[in-house]
Design a protein around this ligand. Structure first.
Ligand SMILES: Nc1nc2c(ncn2[C@@H]2O[C@H](COP(=O)(O)OP(=O)(O)O)[C@@H](O)[C@H]2O)c(=O)[nH]1
Ligand SMILES: [Mg+2]
Length: 475
């Protein structure tokens, strides 16, 4: 543990005006997120399932990795049965995951299952969080008419996973839908004058869900018991169809099964599907930093904070938000003080040459020290701006065939400029300032709510183009 550093946030010196090397920021013990992610920077997940159930497909959807085989294997070990021991990482694609793939095995192949069991036992005995296994996805295909067989029975009833969260994922659900669609179309053909493909598609969806509940989900519940802590989810990725809702459900089901706060945060950072989860967490963490630095735990709060403190809190919130979005950034541009200033310039729409730092913050209020509402408004605008600019960068890399382009200064420049000139920024700022003047900033809860609303407002106009898919995960 590094020594706990005490900061005098209201110090009158210029220390925070100096370029701040954010890589070297000393993290105190109570740090909520930077600590856990520093100690355990990668989410370690085991994915189990027979060949062809769609394991690689799921991984690519949730983590934005293109090719599992192209990952970097940590410890290449011998035979196919031993494949599970290889932790695969994805530098430049997703720096927050280590994947263990059971490799394909047939249902009667108990050798492979025994190896999986040995691997789980080994991971359970590891003393540090980063060496432990954080989650298991057990995939079963809906293509199979007998989904629960010998290896499923063995895994869910005999293998002792301890506290490791398990999600049973029924894959290729769309295959059930198309089977039902086929059947229903056939019988409708008998009376072609009443043929209505749209109505039949809807009927097929309902039939598939009923089929799934009765013949897949219930079968598994019969096998494991109603009180089991295993999460159960279904996903289907039909070619050419929008499947974001399916990925959404798997991401939230996994989140629900994680017990530890630190792991939940790591999960939010590791999954690269839901921007909403990252966004909510950014606001949560940003407000926490603000609150800690204002030095007032009472309600209504009185911010006892100078420009130094504000800048410092901003900087920490920035670290935290950057870690949450986990945008592949091989050159660590997002931790560079000069580049970070572009975010502030983007957020406040000031000209490039202007000095940003403590003096800038003081100059916001040229008549004297920052007032309570001004402090709060400034900080909330900052949190909302950094969050929204991160979101722009997050979607930037997700254009067909264009993902995993390394982040460049130009990309950051473009995103900051787009944001600073957008209606969104204008609306967000006006909203925060309006509400502040009305005095609705005096409790923690109100500040938090206001910041979420501001982000939402800022979001509304930024994504009228193709880049944003509207995922929404309710909290
Ligand atoms: N229709 C449909 N096909 C899928 C789905 N998931 C995977 N596939 C296809 O099934 C095949 C095997 O998938 P893959 O992810 O490689 O399975 P793995 O062997 O478990 O890694 C590939 O041709 C995929 O395109 C799905 O949800 N629906
Ligand atoms: Mg595979």
């Amino acid at each position: 543990m590094p020594p706990l550093q005490k900061h005098n946030f209201n110090a009158a010196d210029d220390s925070y005006d100096k370029e701040c090397d954010t890589d070297k920021i000393v993290v105190s013990e109570e740090e909520v997120i930077i600590g856990p992610i520093r100690d355990c920077p990668k989410f370690r997940i085991l994915i189990v399932g027979q060949t062809g159930v769609g394991k690689s497909t799921i991984l690519s959807k949730v983590f934005r990795i293109t090719d599992l085989e192209a990952g970097v294997s940590r410890s290449a070990v011998g035979t196919k049965t031993h494949q599970v021991w290889n932790g695969i990482t994805f530098p430049g694609q997703n720096d927050r995951i280590i994947i263990h793939d059971s490799g394909g095995f047939e249902s009667s192949d108990m050798d492979n299952m025994n190896e999986v069991e040995k691997f789980i036992r080994f991971r359970k005995e590891q003393p540090t969080l980063s060496e432990q296994l954080h989650c298991i996805w057990y995939c079963i295909s809906c293509r199979s008419t007998r989904p629960i067989q010998k290896s499923e029975n063995y895994f869910f009833n005999t293998v002792d996973v301890g506290k490791i969260p398990v999600v049973a994922v029924f894959t290729q659900f769309d295959v059930l839908e198309s089977n039902w669609f086929g059947q229903k179309m056939m019988s409708a053909m008998r009376n072609p004058s009443q043929l209505d493909p749209i109505a039949i598609k809807r009927e097929a969806e309902y039939a598939a869900i009923a089929d799934y509940d009765k013949n897949y989900r219930s079968q598994l519940i019969n096998c494991i018991g109603l009180t089991s802590r295993v999460g159960i989810e279904r996903v289907g990725f039909a070619p050419g169809e929008d499947d974001s809702e399916h990925v959404d459900r798997l991401v939230s089901q996994t989140m629900k099964n994680l017990q530890q706060e630190g792991l939940k945060t790591l999960w939010i950072s590791a999954q690269r599907h839901s921007a909403d989860l990252k966004l909510f967490a950014s606001v949560d963490q940003g407000i926490k930093y603000f609150w800690r630095s204002v030095g007032a735990a009472t309600v209504p709060f009185v911010p006892l904070i100078g420009a130094n403190g504000l800048y410092r809190a901003f900087d920490k919130a920035f670290n935290c938000i950057t870690l949450l979005w986990a945008i592949p950034d091989p050159d660590k541009l997002l931790f560079n003080a000069k580049i970070r200033r572009r975010f502030m310039e983007g957020g406040f729409n000031i000209t490039m040459g202007q000095r940003i730092g403590r003096r800038f913050l003081e100059s916001i209020n040229i008549l004297g020290p920052l007032t309570a509402s001004l402090t709060a408004a400034t900080f909330l605008k900052m949190i909302a701006s950094i969050t929204l600019i991160h979101e722009l960068l997050f979607w930037r890399e997700w254009v067909p065939n264009g993902h995993h382009l390394p982040l460049s200064e130009q990309d950051i420049e473009t995103a900051c400029r787009k944001f600073s000139r957008s209606w969104s920024r204008g609306k967000m700022v006006a909203y925060v300032e309006g509400r502040m003047t009305a005095g609705t900033w005096s409790s923690k809860r109100e500040c938090h709510q206001l910041c979420l609303e501001a982000v939402d407002m800022g979001r509304s106009d930024l994504y009228n183009d193709f880049t944003r898919k509207s995922f929404c995960i309710s909290r």
